[in-house]
Design a protein around this ligand. Structure first.
Ligand code: NCD
Length: 336
């Protein structure tokens, strides 16, 4: 595990603007709202025939993926291209030993190619913070998922999807369902929802898939779907992270589906206008019934579309935060 203390010392510039995007934890409501407002303006652009704008023209973005991904990698790639950046995709599988060292070598090589931004996905919690602390100043780092720790762009695309469908967060009750224990998505969602003023946040899972002391994050804990879903407006399903399960935490997938899978029957426990979300990839018949995933209450494909807009927003904001920081430093050294 890498260190990831005090995220905002590193992810904000001296003016309090985003220069890296590593976690939703500790960011202000104003900043999260600025990300959503910026992303909103890009959503409509995506529907136009000509989708490009020049905000990252002449910049080089490197997607540095140490862990497999389809939708996150492809939406980051499209986002960078729609901002007119040059994009390099690197899939690097990690060896289990001396990761720190390997990572440093990789970074030095990529910096020698004059990269301006790294989008990082890594199996170790804290990897994106580590990279942000190692890169030369003026290179922006965006966390595309680190271990169980954080997946901030996923959380913000979920927030954008909710705001576009429901208008605001304050009156709403949320339930996050499934493998909370291994989920970086759940952690980032909880931080964002709290900051944006959600009325109530619940987690619903079997005891074996709940982290200890999860209540300390400000959520209500349920192990029963009927009770947990009562009066809920937004249901956020999670994928079972089998690749992170080191011991048998589940009796069987069919037992999990029976108790926690989102089915037509269980959806009836929630409010009649409740919507269902899932970050993907979905396991049909394990976490969610096809009739729900493909049905009118599902926002799963909106999440993918909104993902491009959110990624364009944080990439352009971080790049301009880095430029402002550079100017501040130049004027500070000129004054000496
Ligand atoms: C999530 C991830 O990788 O953390 N997926 C994604 O980004 N589309 C969720 C998951 O894999 O379960």
């Amino acid at each position: 595990m890498f260190e990831h203390n005090d995220p905002n010392r590193i992810q904000l510039n001296s003016n309090g603007q985003l220069r890296h995007f590593l976690t939703t934890e500790g960011l202000s409501r104003e900043l999260l709202t600025e990300i959503l407002d910026t992303a909103d303006s890009f959503v409509d652009m995506g529907a136009k025939q000509i989708k490009k704008m020049p905000l990252l023209r002449g910049r080089t973005v490197v997607n540095l993926f140490f862990e497999a991904s389809t939708r996150t990698l492809s939406t980051f790639e499209l986002a960078a291209k729609r901002l007119s950046a040059d994009v390099l995709n690197l899939n690097i599988s990690t060896s289990s030993t001396s990761k720190g060292e390997t990572l440093k070598d990789t970074l030095m090589t990529l910096e020698a190619m004059h990269s301006d931004m790294f989008v990082v996905r890594h199996a170790d919690s804290g990897a994106a913070h580590f990279i942000a602390s190692q890169v030369t100043p003026h290179v922006a780092v965006i966390n595309a998922g680190d271990g169980r720790h954080a997946h901030p762009t996923q959380a913000m695309l979920d927030m954008l999807t909710i705001r576009r469908h429901k208008g605001s967060f304050e009156p709403l009750k949320f339930a996050i369902v499934g493998d909370i224990l291994h989920s970086r998505v759940a952690r980032s969602q909880i931080h964002a929802l709290r900051t944006l003023g959600a009325c109530e946040i619940r987690v619903i899972a079997p005891k074996t898939l709940l982290p200890r002391h999860i209540e300390a994050m400000g959520v209500k804990v349920f192990t029963d779907m009927r009770q947990g879903l009562k009066d809920v407006d937004v249901i956020m399903m999670l994928r079972l992270q089998k690749e992170r399960m080191t011991s048998a935490l589940l009796p069987s997938e069919s037992e999990f589906y029976k108790l926690y899978g989102m089915t037509t029957e269980k959806l009836a426990y929630a409010r009649p206008d409740a919507v269902v979300m899932h970050p993907g990839p979905i396991n049909r018949g394990v976490e969610i019934e096809s009739a729900i995933a493909d049905g009118p209450r599902s926002l799963i494909l909106d999440q993918v579309t909104n993902g491009i807009a959110v990624r364009m927003a944080v990439m352009s904001m971080a790049m301009s935060g880095q430029m402002v920081e550079k100017q501040l430093q130049q004027s500070a050294s000129a004054a000496h």
